[in-house]
Design a protein around this ligand. Sequence first.
Ligand code: BV8
Ligand code: ZN
Length: 253
Amino acid sequence: MAIEFPEALLARMRTAAKVGVLTGAGVSAESGLSTFRGPGGLWQNQDVMELATPQGFARDPQKVWAWYAWRREQALQARPNPGHAALARWEAALTARGGTFELITQNVDGLHQAAGSRNVTELHGSGWVLRCTGCGDERIDRTHPLPELPPRCAKCRSLLRPGVVWFGEMLPERAIISAQAAAETSELFLVAGTSGTVYPAASFVQIAARCGAVTVEVNLEPTPLSGKVDYSFRGKTGEWLPALLAAAERSDA
Ligand code: BV8
Ligand code: ZN
């Protein structure tokens, strides 16, 4: 699929020493994982306040865990797609020439890391982390199926919760700091596969634009960010991210 990209953008991709990327569920959609808000989205027939809030968890931990156990199973069967691979390749090429590449993701599926991305900031935590609501013990646990639902802490038998950030919860301090720094210092900031509706994640694109980055969006549909970026490409991340990178590498040759 020969996609033509503006030469000015390719030139910036070639020269940028600091690149920031924000990804959302649309990048993992190319690996077969459901998105939240689009057609067929997870929240079309589920109540987000029941499944992605501390109150929902307190009310019915079993129901919330059934949903996260199902999402863990989906993610275990998913493989990184060409969009994930393109971002990992871009990071490797940029860091090889002394640049920095900050990948900030809202996704909790770990597919960026599985694709080889090294510098990944998980703004909304990870579905592979289990955190104890009693003693705070936190560990990566990819067991599937979990021995019991809801799972309990081996140390204190309190309920374990998914190590993700729910609505109304603060994002991890260091995630905020690294995302903010990336937004403020990137010369090129790409946002891919996110509806741009959740904050503070969506704010980093606007901060990058305000701080002088060239901003690029790849999304199947227009989003609230589309009018705020320099380039907004309509298409699948699994096709457009590899095409964008290949175009920049070609013109690099
Ligand atoms: C906080 C848990 C404060 C993990 C998630 C009013 C205004 C502004 C903000 C607020 C407000 N009211 C409340 C808030 C704050 C709230 C918020 O932003 N609400 C929104 C909905 C209005 N934010 C919070 O609560 C955050 N915390 O602010 O704390 C605070 C301050 C002091 C003290 C205490 C607290 C916490 C936000 C995190 C919430 N947790 N998930 C999990 O289970 O995954 S967020 C949830 O939405 C998902 O995790 C996901 O990460 C996130 C964003 O979704 P997207 O990734 O964008 O996915 P979506 O389906 O929406 O879109 C997919 C896109 O991809 C679409 O555009 C589609 O077109 C595109 N696409 C699909 N396929 C493809 C594609 N594109 C290309 N190719 C394809 N193939
Ligand atoms: Zn415990």
